[in-house]
Design a protein. Sequence first.
Length: 345
Amino acid sequence: MKALEWLGDSLRILDQTKLPVTTIYNDVTTYEEVAEAIESMVVRGAPAIGAAAAYGYALGAIQYTGTRVGFQDYMNTVKERLTKTRPTAVNLFWALRRMEDRLRDLYEVEDLDEIRKALVVEAESIAEDDRRVCHLIGEQGNPIVPEEANILTHCNAGALATVEYGTALGVIRAAHQMGKNIHVYADETRPFLQGARLTTFELMKDNISVTLIADNMAGYLMQQGKIDLVIVGADRIAANGDTANKIGTYSVAVLAHAHGIPFYIAAPTSTIDLKVPSGQEIPIEERNPQELRELFGVQTAPLDVPVYNPAFDVTPAKYITGIITEKGIVSPPFSVNLLKIMVRS
Ligand code: MRU
């Protein structure tokens, strides 16, 4: 099951808001449709958002009917629209910058069709890099997974959140493929239920043993010695190692620390943002209050109750045991070692 697939002149997007009940694909042909799919979380997860935005940028170029003269201004509008979809996952900005850099390289090319083709190739290469990188994250994470382990994960950092294979779930998949005896506890992940709807669904499809728990059960399981390891994904990692991920990750990290349980982040280096010194500077998205007042259309709170709905939180670096990237595992001190991994080829 693929979150995204390029069909030559359109992008097939799996509607993750409908999973696991129904499997619906939308074939989109405009950058506006891609932007709306990202905003509404039809496609979600940091690397998948990045790849979708890159394809959206290429679709914008394909849609354009004007002359070469107005093309650059038009593409700036396309980029701006895609940039405004979700603020936290840095992969979105990273992918759009890569697309924009590619366009800049083509400034002497007059033929718009040649430019369109080059932008599609660049988007395909972003997607292909993500596939490769996720498999490498899986391999690099191998040393931290014991032969037998109960692993807790939060949200969905799986194939659905990437182009293929996943980051946190990539490490889990690789361990399973190596014959390790692992069991996963998946936090349901209120309010959007990525853990309940997506992580359990993905793991069950791959025959990886999984148990669903409500978010507020994690501490009790840790207290009972039922969790050996925590692995989660990331939306943005600051230069000092502070990491933004799905709301609730911070609570899990503090709990893991209190119980002496290793807490790992798995993420591609494209999620590391050295321009942001610490977690305090990471923009945190606030989503629609309705996500808390109702559950998939069914009212669960007074319709006019005031709501606070941050979609992400920041786990301070001091609670993070290590960051598993495609280039290796980064250990503390993160301010030194993240810099080193970013310059390593
Ligand atoms: O709001 P979402 O579903 O896009 O949030 C997703 C997460 O927080 C993931 O853990 C993160 O993007 C990593 S995905 C490999």
